[in-house]
Design a protein. Structure first.
Length: 261
C-alpha cells in the first residue's frame, strides 16, 4: 500500500519553504511572466488577423485565413517543438539565451512564449472578429459620414464598443494560457511544471509533487477569476450593461474558453 509522504507534499505547497528551491520559485515567476507576454502578443496578432480576415483585399484576407486555419488546426505542442527544435536544426534561428543585466532569458522560454502567443493569436482573432461584428454596422456608416477614415472609426468607435464583448472570453483565454504554459516543459523551458518535474527527478515523489504543482496552477487561476470578475463588473458599471455570473459561479461553472488544444 502506498504511503503518502506528507512532509514532502507540505514542504512544496507552502511558499516559504517551496520557494527556497529556485526551480519552483523561478518556475512560478516564469509562468506568470510568460502568460502575460504571450497573451498580449496573442491579442495583438488576433486583432490584426481579425481585421485581415474582414478585409476586402484578397491577399490580406487569405493570409489571415491561412494563419488562423493552420494554428487552430494543429496541436500547440507540435507548434512549440517545431519552432524551437525545427528552426534551430535548420539554422534559421537558434533562440540564443538573452542576458538583460543579471537576468538571463533562456532560448526555450523565448520559443515557448512566441509559440504560445502565435497560437493564441489564431484563437483571439475569432473572438475579436465576433466582437467587432456584434456592433451595429450603422456605427461605421455614421463615422464615415463624419469624415472619419476606416482605421480611425475602428479605433475610436467600433473597437471601444466591441471591448465589452471581447473582454469576458479574453479573460477565459488568459485563464487557459496560465495552464497551457505547462506544455513548455517539452522543450525544457524553466516554467512551473518543469521545475516540479526536475524536483521529482531528484527525489522521485511524483504523486505528492504533481498534486502540489496542480494546486499552484489552481491558485493562479482562482486569483485571476477574482481579477476577471472585478474587471467585468467595472466594465458593466461603466457601460451600463447587465452583469455576468458572480466570481464564485464562474469558478465552479468552468471556463467557456477553447479548452484543450
Amino acid at each position: 500500500m502506498y504511503h503518502f509522504d506528507w512532509p514532502v507534499f507540505l514542504n512544496y505547497i507552502w511558499p516559504p519553504t517551496a520557494f527556497q528551491d529556485p526551480l519552483i520559485r523561478n518556475g512560478l515567476i516564469a509562468t506568470i511572466v510568460v502568460s502575460v507576454i504571450a497573451q498580449a502578443l496573442g491579442v495583438i496578432l488576433g486583432l490584426f488577423a481579425a481585421l485581415g480576415k474582414m478585409s476586402k483585399f484578397p491577399l490580406t484576407h487569405w493570409a489571415a485565413e491561412i494563419y488562423i486555419w493552420y494554428f487552430r488546426g494543429t496541436p500547440l505542442l507540435v507548434q512549440m517543438a517545431l519552432l524551437f527544435f525545427g528552426l534551430g536544426v535548420t539554422h534559421i534561428y537558434n533562440f540564443p539565451d538573452i542576458a538583460i543585466g543579471a537576468l538571463v532569458i533562456g532560448g526555450a522560454i523565448q520559443a515557448g512564449t512566441l509559440a504560445l502567443g502565435i497560437n493564441e493569436g489564431a484563437y483571439m482573432s475569432e473572438i475579436v472578429r465576433a466582437g467587432i461584428e456584434s456592433i451595429d454596422p450603422g456605427q461605421m456608416e455614421a463615422a464615415k459620414s463624419l469624415g472619419m477614415t476606416y482605421g480611425l472609426a475602428m479605433r475610436r468607435i467600433v473597437i471601444p464598443q466591441a471591448a465589452k464583448v471581447i473582454i469576458p472570453p479574453l479573460g477565459n483565454e488568459f485563464n487557459n494560457m496560465m495552464k497551457t504554459t505547462s506544455l513548455m516543459e517539452v522543450i525544457s523551458a524553466g516554467e512551473l511544471f518543469y521545475g516540479f518535474n526536475q524536483v521529482n527527478a531528484r527525489i522521485f515523489k511524483p504523486f505528492e509533487l504533481f498534486i502540489a504543482a496542480s494546486l499552484y496552477y489552481l491558485l493562479l487561476t482562482t486569483i485571476w477569476s477574482f481579477i476577471q470578475a472585478r474587471i467585468e463588473s467595472s466594465l458593466g458599471e461603466r457601460k451600463g450593461i447587465e452583469r455576468g455570473p458572480s466570481m464564485v459561479q464562474r469558478i465552479f461553472s468552468g471556463s467557456t474558453g477553447k479548452g484543450a488544444r
